[in-house]
Design a protein around this ligand. Structure first.
Ligand code: P1T
Length: 400
């Protein structure tokens, strides 16, 4: 099966399943370029490709349809998720939007309630008015998830795990089984865990989505998205939609993402080390009401996390004692951690979801989900853990 362009280079076939994860981060999809021997996949900064005669192209016709730098990234990410097919997009939201275009008016989606605010906004304000229905449920409650299914109408389960920002852990294997009982697809947003710590396809998911803006890019310098799948029908339709809708990434962005991915395995280990230190520091603090980190045995789904993840990730959320003003002062008081949206970069970022990343979710909905106004989310970077804990300590003092 060929998609868009029947490109000769770089090859899409994956011959690397025997290689370890870290080796694939560096090499998957990226053989040396055959003309010059360039070790790094070049940035093919072109919008179109010469044809030797009408229709006689060399695998690439037009850069929305295909670009060799993008092909390499798509192949690399597919390899990391254990998928046959990789399809890249201009952003995580572009990937989500394109995925929902697989559905028709009248179809129904059951989604995790605690999803990224922008995902919620796409579902509620873009697709709901076009006739696709969404039910939001706490997917840690499998009975509630089952009850939300409408056999014959439900075509997709949209699972985000760990969730953003409450870091709930959803049982992927159980949700994929529920989806398949009603002949629906199970899509998993794996942005927070990354393929380094969680492989949804191996747990039965039909497709995996990433905001590559986050850990995969890893350096807060590029926006992108990807969907990986083993299902020929899903992938064929996504390639068609990728070309038709056209929310594709440019070659420079693909290059930066691929360069970031080369150190994914190293960075994730450091993110996790820092996150554990921060979570333990906060757990012992008298001014903190609740610390949420999947790697703490106090986490409600700790056992599920241990079963389906090989690491607990770099995200920590917590509730500070005191009012919203105190929380605002706190996130403005850190000196090493930067007050900013986004996550997954080498630098630590701190934010208030209710006022920032999840401001597009109405307050009543946020409260029903459990996102308190004073909830603070930290994307723990790869700085020295001691410096991060010292930074939080001085922020407690400065924000009192
Ligand atoms: O920002 P973009 O690349 O379009 O990705 C959207 C997206 C999708 N899925 C998850 C789980 C996400 O966290 C995001 C983006 N999130 C943020 C910008 C944030 O700060 O939470």
């Amino acid at each position: 099966m060929s998609y868009g362009s029947d490109n000769p280079w770089p090859p899409r076939d994956l011959l690397d399943a025997h290689l370890g994860f870290g080796t694939r981060c560096i090499h998957a999809g990226q053989p040396a370029e055959p003309v010059t021997g360039a070790v790094m996949v070049p940035i093919y900064q072109t919008s179109t490709y010469v044809q030797d005669g009408v229709g006689g192209h060399r695998g690439y016709e037009y850069a929305r349809t295909g670009n060799p730098t993008r092909t390499a990234l798509e192949t690399c990410l597919a390899s990391l998720e254990g998928g046959k097919h990789g399809i890249c997009f201009a952003s995580g939201c572009a990937a989500t939007t394109t995925a929902i275009h697989l559905l028709q008016p009248g179809d129904h989606v059951v989604s995790s309630d605690d999803v990224y605010g922008g995902t919620w906004r796409i579902f509620q304000t873009v697709f709901q008015p076009l006739g696709i229905e969404f039910s939001f449920v706490d997917m840690t409650d499998l009975e509630a998830t089952r009850a939300a299914l409408r056999p014959g109408k439900t075509k997709m389960l949209w699972v985000e795990t760990p969730t953003n920002p409450l870091l709930k852990i959803v049982d992927i294997e159980a949700c994929a089984a529920l989806a398949h009982e009603v002949d629906a697809w199970c899509f998993v947003d794996n942005t927070f865990a990354t393929p380094c710590f969680q492989n949804p396809l191996a747990l039965g998911a039909d497709a995996v989505l990433h905001s590559t803006t986050k850990y995969l890019g890893g350096h807060s310098d590029v926006v992108g998205g990807a969907i990986l799948s083993n299902d020929d029908e899903i992938a064929g339709n996504l390639f068609r939609l990728q070309n038709s809708i056209g929310a594709t990434p440019g070659p420079q962005d693909c290059f930066l993402t691929m360069r970031g991915v080369k150190t994914l395995h190293l960075r994730m280990a450091a993110h996790e080390r820092g996150a554990r230190a921060v979570a333990e520091f906060l757990s012992g603090h008298e001014e903190v009401d609740r610390v949420i980190y999947p790697g703490l045995s106090s986490h409600p789904q700790y056992e599920v996390a241990r079963r389906q993840m090989s690491g607990f990730g770099g995200m920590v959320s917590f509730e500070l004692r005191g009012d919203l003003a105190r929380a605002e002062r706190f996130v403005s008081s850190t000196r090493v951690m930067t007050l900013a949206e986004s996550l997954g970069g080498v630098e630590s970022l701190i934010e208030l979801p209710a006022a920032m990343t999840h401001a597009s979710v109405p307050k009543a909905t946020r409260e029903a989900i459990g996102i308190a106004d004073g909830l603070i989310r930290v994307s723990v970077g790869v700085e020295e853990p001691d410096d991060l804990c010292a930074d939080l300590k001085q922020a407690f003092e400065r924000s009192r």
